[in-house]
Design a protein around this ligand. Structure first.
Ligand SMILES: [Zn+2]
Ligand SMILES: [Zn+2]
Length: 134
């Protein structure tokens, strides 16, 4: 099966993802803004059974806007977050779309938390926009 590999900046932490993501979301929530250091995150979700994590990571567990835990896994050397787990969707692993560094990666079909969107950020055409979570 076709696989894509998401990596941290230094390359030691990798998530090898088989097949296509279950869903891809553009998220404007403040947590994604802080996680990425950018003004939104693009989050790809793969079935857990289709993801193989390689390399060492540290994790950080926080509460989501909906009150459930989200645990991000980041490289202890370079600090990049590569993937995360969500209490509300334990069968999938979230992977930072930018970590694939693949301009042909599938586009997000929905944008979440547009109420937190930086006002000068345009959304891709054809995307469904949601003021909170989809
Ligand atoms: Zn690294
Ligand atoms: Zn978010």
């Amino acid at each position: 099966m076709h696989a894509r590999t998401a990596t941290c900046c230094c390359g030691q932490l990798r998530a090898v993802c088989e097949g296509e993501p279950e869903r891809v979301r553009l998220c404007n929530c403040t947590e994604c803004q802080r996680r990425t250091g950018s003004v939104y995150g693009v989050n790809a979700y793969f079935l857990r059974t289709h993801v193989r994590i390689e390399g060492g990571s540290k994790s950080f567990r926080r509460s989501s806007a909906a009150g459930r835990w989200v645990e991000t896994h980041f490289c202890p050397e370079c600090g990049s977050t590569v993937c995360w787990q969500l209490e509300q969707m334990l069968d999938v692993i979230g992977v930072a779309a930018g970590a694939f560094a693949d301009p042909n990666f599938p586009a997000p079909k929905a944008a979440n938390w547009t109420e937190n969107k930086y006002h000068w950020v345009p959304l891709p055409g054809g995307i469904s926009a949601h003021s909170k979570q989809t």
